[in-house]
Design a protein around this ligand. Structure first.
Ligand SMILES: [Zn+2]
Length: 218
């Protein structure tokens, strides 16, 4: 049976995340949320993380500002400002294990995703690094994305789909997509295939070469 894991990036968003959680509850789907630290400064954002955790979802760190991919970030304190600052807000809400999803702008996988300092931090702090295998571009095409996502899921034994719980992205098509995936016999699971987790619980298990900016960039 084909499997797919659904993930939501860049939230939580007070206007969208509650409705996404409602759909997931109605459809009995467990998903992953990779949240931004800047959305956790307010109590409302932290409450949404708490709700997601209480409803069985997995919540991880997706940087604080989401402005410059870590492999391109020249700031010497980028890891502290992006990963650790978000971790400080998430830790009281998420019992762990720690998960980090790098961002790269448009979903491209390449050496802009991580810096050597970021890898050191993730390993030292016991993180899993969670990549993806389908980016149906819901934020560009809030109506048409489900067809691309379904195509991606049918083309792989276990797709990991990136959606966004932000305005004008996945929400309108989400329920229809989940129904269509199940009609195609796809099992919607929370587990992650090894192919998208080059670091598992602080242990490097995949090839980080294509994901890390050359040393010396910080
Ligand atoms: Zn993102």
């Amino acid at each position: 049976m084909r499997r797919a894991t659904i993930t939501f990036d860049n939230g939580p968003d007070a206007a969208v995340t509650p409705a996404v959680l409602d759909v997931l509850r109605r459809k009995d789907v467990r998903a992953h949320f990779f949240v931004l630290g800047k959305h956790l400064v307010d109590r409302a954002g932290r409450d949404l993380v708490a709700r997601a955790v209480a409803e069985g979802h997995l919540v991880g760190n997706h940087s604080f500002n989401h402005e410059v991919p870590l492999g391109d970030d020249p700031r010497p304190d980028a890891v502290a400002a992006e990963i650790a600052a978000t971790e400080a807000l998430l830790a009281p809400l998420v019992p762990g294990p720690r998960r980090f999803r790098p961002f790269g702008g448009g979903g491209a996988i390449g050496p802009h995703l991580l810096s050597p300092a970021a890898v050191d931090h993730l390993v030292a702090r016991g993180y899993s690094c969670v990549l993806w295998s389908s980016v149906p571009r819901d934020w560009v095409d809030p109506v048409g994305w489900p067809a691309r996502a379904l195509e991606d899921c049918l083309a792989q034994p276990h797709a990991v789909v990136v959606l966004h719980d932000i305005p004008d992205a996945c929400l309108a098509g989400l329920e229809g997509f989940l129904d269509a995936a199940r009609r195609e016999g796809i099992d919607l699971v929370a587990e992650l295939p090894l192919a998208v987790t080059p670091i598992v619980d602080g242990e490097v298990v995949g090839d980080l070469g294509p994901l890390v900016a050359s040393a010396g960039r910080g």
